[in-house]
Write a protein that binds this ligand. Structure first.
Ligand code: HEC
Ligand code: HEC
Length: 209
Protein backbone atom coordinates (compact mmCIF):
# COMPACT_ATOMS: atom_id res chain seq x y z
CA UNK A 1 0.00 0.00 0.00
CA UNK A 2 1.37 3.40 -0.99
CA UNK A 3 0.67 5.22 2.28
CA UNK A 4 2.34 2.58 4.41
CA UNK A 5 5.62 2.65 2.53
CA UNK A 6 6.01 6.39 3.07
CA UNK A 7 5.55 6.10 6.82
CA UNK A 8 7.50 2.89 7.37
CA UNK A 9 10.52 4.46 9.04
CA UNK A 10 8.75 7.10 11.03
CA UNK A 11 7.76 5.94 14.49
CA UNK A 12 6.16 9.13 15.74
CA UNK A 13 5.07 11.68 13.22
CA UNK A 14 2.42 14.32 13.55
CA UNK A 15 3.89 15.79 16.72
CA UNK A 16 3.40 19.34 15.51
CA UNK A 17 -0.24 18.65 14.82
CA UNK A 18 -0.63 17.03 18.23
CA UNK A 19 1.01 19.99 19.91
CA UNK A 20 -1.41 22.46 18.39
CA UNK A 21 -4.29 20.39 19.80
CA UNK A 22 -2.61 20.27 23.21
CA UNK A 23 -2.18 24.03 23.31
CA UNK A 24 -5.87 24.66 22.81
CA UNK A 25 -6.85 21.92 25.23
CA UNK A 26 -8.48 22.93 28.46
CA UNK A 27 -9.18 26.61 28.88
CA UNK A 28 -11.50 26.76 25.91
CA UNK A 29 -13.60 23.66 26.46
CA UNK A 30 -13.67 22.67 30.15
CA UNK A 31 -16.96 23.29 31.88
CA UNK A 32 -15.56 22.55 35.34
CA UNK A 33 -13.50 24.63 37.75
CA UNK A 34 -9.93 23.30 37.93
CA UNK A 35 -9.18 25.04 41.25
CA UNK A 36 -12.20 23.40 42.89
CA UNK A 37 -11.21 20.12 41.25
CA UNK A 38 -7.81 20.08 42.92
CA UNK A 39 -9.15 19.40 46.41
CA UNK A 40 -11.84 17.05 45.11
CA UNK A 41 -9.12 15.02 43.39
CA UNK A 42 -7.09 14.55 46.59
CA UNK A 43 -8.26 10.98 47.10
CA UNK A 44 -7.43 10.06 43.50
CA UNK A 45 -3.72 10.84 43.90
CA UNK A 46 -2.96 7.62 45.77
CA UNK A 47 -3.48 5.68 42.55
CA UNK A 48 -3.41 8.21 39.71
CA UNK A 49 -0.61 10.44 41.04
CA UNK A 50 -0.91 14.10 42.13
CA UNK A 51 -1.04 15.26 38.48
CA UNK A 52 -2.87 12.28 36.93
CA UNK A 53 0.34 10.59 35.83
CA UNK A 54 -0.01 7.32 37.71
CA UNK A 55 3.26 5.81 38.77
CA UNK A 56 2.10 2.22 38.56
CA UNK A 57 0.90 0.58 35.36
CA UNK A 58 -1.96 -0.89 37.39
CA UNK A 59 -3.65 2.51 37.20
CA UNK A 60 -4.23 4.36 33.91
CA UNK A 61 -2.81 7.85 33.42
CA UNK A 62 -5.60 10.41 33.41
CA UNK A 63 -3.51 13.58 32.89
CA UNK A 64 -3.99 15.67 29.77
CA UNK A 65 -7.12 13.91 28.52
CA UNK A 66 -9.45 15.66 26.11
CA UNK A 67 -11.94 17.83 28.00
CA UNK A 68 -14.99 15.89 29.13
CA UNK A 69 -13.51 12.40 28.89
CA UNK A 70 -12.59 12.00 32.57
CA UNK A 71 -16.02 13.29 33.66
CA UNK A 72 -17.78 10.96 31.21
CA UNK A 73 -15.86 7.93 32.50
CA UNK A 74 -16.57 8.86 36.13
CA UNK A 75 -20.28 9.09 35.30
CA UNK A 76 -20.10 5.71 33.54
CA UNK A 77 -18.47 4.09 36.60
CA UNK A 78 -21.13 5.64 38.81
CA UNK A 79 -24.06 4.43 36.71
CA UNK A 80 -22.46 1.02 36.22
CA UNK A 81 -22.28 1.48 32.43
CA UNK A 82 -18.53 0.93 32.87
CA UNK A 83 -17.90 -1.91 35.27
CA UNK A 84 -14.94 -1.65 37.64
CA UNK A 85 -15.21 -2.47 41.33
CA UNK A 86 -12.42 -0.13 42.49
CA UNK A 87 -13.60 2.93 40.57
CA UNK A 88 -17.27 2.35 41.33
CA UNK A 89 -16.71 2.60 45.07
CA UNK A 90 -14.80 5.85 44.63
CA UNK A 91 -17.28 7.77 42.49
CA UNK A 92 -20.52 7.01 44.32
CA UNK A 93 -20.44 10.25 46.31
CA UNK A 94 -19.30 12.49 43.42
CA UNK A 95 -21.85 14.92 41.96
CA UNK A 96 -21.94 15.91 38.28
CA UNK A 97 -20.26 19.22 39.23
CA UNK A 98 -17.51 17.35 41.15
CA UNK A 99 -16.83 15.25 38.06
CA UNK A 100 -16.60 18.33 35.83
CA UNK A 101 -14.25 20.07 38.28
CA UNK A 102 -12.00 17.01 38.56
CA UNK A 103 -12.03 16.74 34.76
CA UNK A 104 -10.87 20.36 34.42
CA UNK A 105 -8.13 19.83 37.02
CA UNK A 106 -6.51 16.81 35.33
CA UNK A 107 -6.83 18.29 31.85
CA UNK A 108 -4.35 20.99 32.89
CA UNK A 109 -1.45 18.55 33.07
CA UNK A 110 0.58 16.97 30.31
CA UNK A 111 0.77 13.19 30.03
CA UNK A 112 4.18 11.98 31.14
CA UNK A 113 6.29 10.52 28.35
CA UNK A 114 7.12 6.88 28.05
CA UNK A 115 9.62 5.20 25.79
CA UNK A 116 9.68 1.93 23.94
CA UNK A 117 12.46 -0.47 24.86
CA UNK A 118 14.68 -2.00 22.18
CA UNK A 119 12.95 -5.36 22.64
CA UNK A 120 9.55 -3.81 21.95
CA UNK A 121 10.44 -2.06 18.69
CA UNK A 122 9.37 -4.70 16.19
CA UNK A 123 5.99 -5.23 17.89
CA UNK A 124 5.51 -1.45 17.98
CA UNK A 125 6.22 -1.26 14.25
CA UNK A 126 3.50 -3.81 13.56
CA UNK A 127 1.20 -1.84 15.84
CA UNK A 128 2.04 1.41 14.06
CA UNK A 129 0.97 -0.08 10.74
CA UNK A 130 -2.49 -0.92 12.10
CA UNK A 131 -2.72 2.37 13.97
CA UNK A 132 -2.01 4.42 10.86
CA UNK A 133 -3.48 2.31 8.06
CA UNK A 134 -5.95 -0.10 9.68
CA UNK A 135 -6.59 -3.65 8.47
CA UNK A 136 -8.43 -3.15 5.23
CA UNK A 137 -9.23 -6.82 4.67
CA UNK A 138 -10.91 -7.05 8.11
CA UNK A 139 -12.67 -3.67 7.87
CA UNK A 140 -10.65 -2.27 10.78
CA UNK A 141 -10.29 1.49 10.28
CA UNK A 142 -7.05 3.34 11.01
CA UNK A 143 -7.01 4.24 14.70
CA UNK A 144 -5.55 7.64 13.85
CA UNK A 145 -8.73 8.57 12.00
CA UNK A 146 -10.34 9.13 15.41
CA UNK A 147 -7.46 9.26 17.90
CA UNK A 148 -5.20 11.47 15.75
CA UNK A 149 -1.80 10.72 14.19
CA UNK A 150 -0.01 11.46 17.48
CA UNK A 151 -2.66 9.81 19.65
CA UNK A 152 -3.81 13.10 21.17
CA UNK A 153 -7.45 12.37 20.48
CA UNK A 154 -9.94 14.84 19.08
CA UNK A 155 -11.69 17.16 21.53
CA UNK A 156 -14.34 16.56 22.67
CA UNK A 157 -15.11 13.24 21.01
CA UNK A 158 -12.18 10.87 20.89
CA UNK A 159 -9.91 10.27 23.87
CA UNK A 160 -6.17 10.63 23.95
CA UNK A 161 -4.43 7.24 23.76
CA UNK A 162 -0.75 8.25 23.56
CA UNK A 163 1.70 7.72 26.42
CA UNK A 164 -0.71 5.44 28.28
CA UNK A 165 0.55 2.30 30.03
CA UNK A 166 0.66 -0.70 27.74
CA UNK A 167 -0.87 -2.96 30.40
CA UNK A 168 -3.93 -0.73 30.70
CA UNK A 169 -4.29 -0.33 26.92
CA UNK A 170 -4.24 -4.11 26.47
CA UNK A 171 -6.70 -4.65 29.33
CA UNK A 172 -9.20 -2.06 28.15
CA UNK A 173 -9.00 -3.13 24.49
CA UNK A 174 -9.66 -6.73 25.62
CA UNK A 175 -12.70 -5.42 27.52
CA UNK A 176 -13.94 -3.66 24.38
CA UNK A 177 -13.34 -6.91 22.45
CA UNK A 178 -15.31 -9.04 24.91
CA UNK A 179 -18.03 -6.41 25.27
CA UNK A 180 -17.40 -5.92 29.01
CA UNK A 181 -16.64 -2.25 28.29
CA UNK A 182 -19.39 -0.90 26.07
CA UNK A 183 -18.86 1.57 23.24
CA UNK A 184 -20.37 0.93 19.84
CA UNK A 185 -17.42 2.21 17.81
CA UNK A 186 -14.71 0.52 19.87
CA UNK A 187 -16.59 -2.79 20.35
CA UNK A 188 -16.88 -3.28 16.58
CA UNK A 189 -13.21 -2.45 16.04
CA UNK A 190 -11.71 -4.43 18.94
CA UNK A 191 -13.83 -7.48 18.13
CA UNK A 192 -11.97 -7.75 14.82
CA UNK A 193 -8.49 -7.55 16.38
CA UNK A 194 -6.54 -10.58 17.59
CA UNK A 195 -4.92 -10.57 21.04
CA UNK A 196 -1.54 -10.26 19.37
CA UNK A 197 -2.64 -7.26 17.33
CA UNK A 198 -3.98 -5.63 20.50
CA UNK A 199 -0.60 -6.15 22.18
CA UNK A 200 1.22 -4.69 19.16
CA UNK A 201 -1.09 -1.65 19.11
CA UNK A 202 -0.68 -1.08 22.85
CA UNK A 203 3.08 -1.36 22.47
CA UNK A 204 2.98 1.38 19.84
CA UNK A 205 0.57 3.74 21.63
CA UNK A 206 2.52 3.67 24.92
CA UNK A 207 5.45 5.35 23.17
CA UNK A 208 3.49 7.87 21.13
CA UNK A 209 3.83 11.48 22.21
C1 HEC B 1 -7.41 2.53 44.60
C2 HEC B 1 -6.90 3.05 43.34
C3 HEC B 1 -7.70 4.12 42.62
C4 HEC B 1 -8.14 5.33 43.12
C5 HEC B 1 -7.98 5.89 44.54
C6 HEC B 1 -8.77 6.00 42.00
N1 HEC B 1 -8.69 5.22 40.87
FE1 HEC B 1 -9.33 5.76 39.01
N2 HEC B 1 -8.79 3.93 38.29
C7 HEC B 1 -8.26 2.92 39.04
C8 HEC B 1 -8.20 1.72 38.22
C9 HEC B 1 -7.68 0.36 38.65
C10 HEC B 1 -8.70 2.06 36.94
C11 HEC B 1 -8.88 1.17 35.72
C12 HEC B 1 -10.31 0.66 35.75
C13 HEC B 1 -10.78 0.06 34.46
O1 HEC B 1 -10.01 -0.65 33.80
O2 HEC B 1 -11.95 0.33 34.11
C14 HEC B 1 -9.07 3.46 37.04
C15 HEC B 1 -9.62 4.17 35.98
C16 HEC B 1 -9.94 5.51 36.01
C17 HEC B 1 -10.41 6.29 34.89
C18 HEC B 1 -10.59 5.80 33.47
C19 HEC B 1 -9.35 6.12 32.68
C20 HEC B 1 -9.49 5.94 31.19
O3 HEC B 1 -8.50 6.19 30.50
O4 HEC B 1 -10.58 5.58 30.72
C21 HEC B 1 -10.62 7.56 35.34
C22 HEC B 1 -11.10 8.74 34.53
C23 HEC B 1 -10.31 7.57 36.75
N3 HEC B 1 -9.89 6.32 37.14
C24 HEC B 1 -10.41 8.68 37.56
C25 HEC B 1 -10.26 8.65 38.95
C26 HEC B 1 -10.59 9.76 39.83
C27 HEC B 1 -11.07 11.11 39.36
C28 HEC B 1 -10.35 9.34 41.11
C29 HEC B 1 -10.62 10.09 42.40
C30 HEC B 1 -12.00 10.47 42.60
C31 HEC B 1 -9.83 7.98 41.02
N4 HEC B 1 -9.82 7.58 39.70
C32 HEC B 1 -9.39 7.24 42.09
C33 HEC B 1 -7.82 3.02 40.35
C34 HEC B 1 -8.06 4.07 41.20
C1 HEC C 1 -14.59 5.74 14.66
C2 HEC C 1 -13.73 6.32 15.69
C3 HEC C 1 -12.70 5.42 16.36
C4 HEC C 1 -11.73 4.66 15.76
C5 HEC C 1 -11.46 4.46 14.28
C6 HEC C 1 -10.97 4.07 16.84
N1 HEC C 1 -11.46 4.48 18.05
FE1 HEC C 1 -10.69 4.03 19.87
N2 HEC C 1 -12.19 5.07 20.78
C7 HEC C 1 -13.21 5.73 20.13
C8 HEC C 1 -14.12 6.28 21.12
C9 HEC C 1 -15.40 7.04 20.84
C10 HEC C 1 -13.60 5.94 22.39
C11 HEC C 1 -14.18 6.30 23.77
C12 HEC C 1 -15.00 5.14 24.27
C13 HEC C 1 -15.63 5.42 25.61
O1 HEC C 1 -15.99 6.55 25.89
O2 HEC C 1 -15.73 4.46 26.38
C14 HEC C 1 -12.37 5.19 22.14
C15 HEC C 1 -11.58 4.67 23.15
C16 HEC C 1 -10.39 3.99 22.93
C17 HEC C 1 -9.50 3.55 23.97
C18 HEC C 1 -9.70 3.70 25.45
C19 HEC C 1 -8.95 4.91 26.00
C20 HEC C 1 -8.92 4.92 27.49
O3 HEC C 1 -8.25 5.81 28.04
O4 HEC C 1 -9.55 4.08 28.14
C21 HEC C 1 -8.46 2.91 23.34
C22 HEC C 1 -7.26 2.28 24.01
C23 HEC C 1 -8.70 2.96 21.92
N3 HEC C 1 -9.88 3.63 21.70
C24 HEC C 1 -7.86 2.41 20.96
C25 HEC C 1 -8.16 2.37 19.60
C26 HEC C 1 -7.38 1.63 18.63
C27 HEC C 1 -6.15 0.81 18.96
C28 HEC C 1 -7.97 1.82 17.43
C29 HEC C 1 -7.59 1.22 16.07
C30 HEC C 1 -7.52 -0.22 16.00
C31 HEC C 1 -9.11 2.71 17.64
N4 HEC C 1 -9.20 3.00 18.97
C32 HEC C 1 -9.91 3.20 16.64
C33 HEC C 1 -13.34 5.87 18.76
C34 HEC C 1 -12.53 5.28 17.80
Amino acid sequence: MRVSSTIRLILTVGTAWGLSLTLFHTPVFAAGDAAAGESKAALCAACHGPDGNSVSAEFPKIAGQIPGYVAAQLAAYKSGARDNAIMKGLVLTLSEQDMQDIDAFYAEFETSKASISEAEVSAAKRGREIYRVGLTQYSVPACMACHGPAGDGIPARYPKVSGQFKEYLVATLMEFKSGKRVNEEMNTIAFRLTTEQIEDLAGYMQGLD
